[in-house]
Design a protein around this ligand. Structure first.
Ligand code: FES
Ligand code: FES
Length: 160
């Protein structure tokens, strides 16, 4: 039995470590906010954050495409899905920026963008517009709402 922290809960699983993190989150934990697009690591719809406890006691987060991430890589770590960004029902800064700038159309890609931008906020020591926009270049929006999403990224940087 392996253990990890999923959003605000400790969860245990005996699923094989080669199960994708995406399938674990969606089908084992029933968190359907994380979307399935290409299943090949190319579209970013399935992005989650993986937090690792470092020797200095800090938890460092990185964005990962959960469709190509084995569950075993998450054992002993903190997995944050889109569902974990607003646990108190208040929009996070990133979510608020996407709403304010109209950064979502059909909404399918939005969880991935929100999680990627959140990962950027957590990991970038000196945020700026260019690097914020670069942090979401692995996310694809089929509705092509990129300009509004870029404005959202700028708004996030301004709020940091
Ligand atoms: S589903 Fe497209 S990157 Fe994972
Ligand atoms: S808002 Fe529809 S895919 Fe991005």
């Amino acid at each position: 039995m392996h253990e990890l922290v999923l959003n605000d809960r400790i969860v245990r699983t005996d699923l094989p470590s080669g199960t994708t993190l995406l399938d674990f989150v969606r089908y084992e934990q029933h968190l359907k906010g994380t979307k399935i697009g290409c299943r090949e690591g190319d579209c970013g719809a399935c992005t989650v954050l993986l937090g690792t406890l470092c020797k200095d006691g800090a938890v460092r987060y990185q964005s990962v495409t959960s469709c190509i991430s084995p569950l075993g890589n998450a054992f002993g770590k903190h997995v944050v899905t889109i569902d974990g960004l607003a646990l108190d029902k208040t929009l996070s800064v990133v979510q608020g920026a996407l709403v304010a700038e109209g950064g979502t159309q059909c909404g399918f890609c939005t969880p991935g963008f929100a999680v990627s931008l959140t990962g950027y906020c957590l990991s970038c020591p000196r945020p700026d517009e260019d690097s914020a926009i670069a942090s979401i270049d692995g996310n694809i929006c089929r509705c092509t709402g990129y300009k509004s999403i870029e404005r959202s990224a700028r708004r996030v940087v301004d709020a940091l």
